[in-house]
Each structure stands twice: as C-alpha cells, then as structure tokens.
Design a protein around this ligand. Sequence first.
Ligand SMILES: *[C@@H]1O[C@H](CO)[C@@H](O)[C@H](O)[C@H]1NC(C)=O
Ligand SMILES: CC(=O)N[C@H]1CO[C@H](CO)[C@@H](O)[C@@H]1O
Length: 213
Amino acid sequence: MQTVVFLIAYCVCFMPACQMTVSGGKDCLDDVKKYQWLESKVDTMTAKLDIILKKVNEQAKDRMLNCGIRNVALNRRIHQSSWYAKTRSWGNYKCCAADYANDGNATTFSHTNYEYSPYLWVDLGRVYDIKRIEIINRSDDAGERLHDVDITVGRTLNELSLCAHYKGPGKIGEHLIFHCSQQMSGRYVKVTIKAKEYLQLSEVMVFAPEISE
Ligand SMILES: *[C@@H]1O[C@H](CO)[C@@H](O)[C@H](O)[C@H]1NC(C)=O
Ligand SMILES: CC(=O)N[C@H]1CO[C@H](CO)[C@@H](O)[C@@H]1O
C-alpha cells in the first residue's frame, strides 16, 4: 500500500519533468519557473506522504504491539477481603465496592477496611497467558497506602504464584505497570498488601491475548 502510494506520487510529480527540454532564452526562464513549480509541488506531496506513512506505521506498530491483547479483567467477577463501609458512594467518592476496581473507570475505586493483608482478586473466567498487569492509583487521595504489594497469579485461588512485588509507597496519580518475572498464565489475579493497611484500587487491568490455552 505504501509502495503504491509512493509510486503514484512519484509519477505525478516527476513525469512532466522528464519531458522538459533544456534550451536558452525565454524558453529557459519558462523551464526554470516550471521546474520551481514542480519542486514546490514535490515538496507538498512529500509532506503529505510523510503524514500518510506516519499514520500507516503507527497503525502497523500498534497492531503488532497489541496483537489481540486486551484487558481481560474488565467487568469480571471480583472480590475484596472486606468492603469499607459497605457503600458504593462515600461522600463525593465513587467508592468502595470491589467491582469499582475493574469497571474501566479510574475515578471509581475499591476500598477494604484497615486490616492485616487486605486483598482483592479477579476471576478472569478462564486461563490466560498474562502479558502484563496494570494498576491505577486512587487518584484523589491517599496514594501512599499502596505499598508492599504482592501480585499473584494462578489457575485457582489455592495455587497462586508471585508475578511481581511492589514496594511502594505509591503516589497519587500513579499508573503502575508490572511484567511478571517469568511468563505466567492463570485465571485468578490477586493483589495483596503484606501489611496492616487499607487496599484501595482505582483499576486493576490484566492484559492478555484474547485466544489462549
Ligand atoms: C466514571 O465514573 C464517574 C463517577 O461515577 C462518572 O461521573 C463518569 O461519568 C464515569 N466515566 C465513564 C467514562 O464512565
Ligand atoms: C500517572 C498516571 O498514570 N496517573 C493516572 C492516575 O489515575 C488517574 C485516574 O484516576 C489517571 O487519569 C491518571 O492518568
């Protein structure tokens, strides 16, 4: 496609130039003007082509990088160790139900009680080859509550292995990206704070190829 665009542009721009003859006097001046006109036309076309090629490249790159990879945790069954205030609306905050952590909306967040090893897990519905896990902070307040985090992955909740550890503390307005220390597959992804703390998560995203064994 790129080659075709380029060839067409090449022909449009350069063919008339091939037919020009070099001679003296007024003809020569005409030729110079014609040549300058062509040159500016080539410049315009080149600029346009650059834009097209850039777009094509970006799309190809995006497709290659994301090759069917999407957030497979979105709106899946989710559970947290406790549910702060058992409410879905705390003052102005859209808090504290577990499903706020995988609703695709980073302004809402899950929130446990202040307790030992608070956790939240999401059931992806089936086993996926996990490419990366992303966590979005609580964006309005208390980002530092995210620390000493274990992210574990497994086929069942009883067979979880460590994918990544995050010492923290997190910052308000932080978007964390984790790659497991080795290629991992699993159906459950669990986020645990290994301390006495609140666990509050704006979003937990698990990226995996749509098709997997
Ligand atoms: C995200 O949630 C907030 C609070 O409930 C809401 O105002 C907003 O419209 C939501 N955004 C999207 C994209 O759904
Ligand atoms: C740095 C960063 O990724 N900050 C994100 C924190 O969370 C908010 C939403 O709550 C995002 O909008 C920010 O991009």
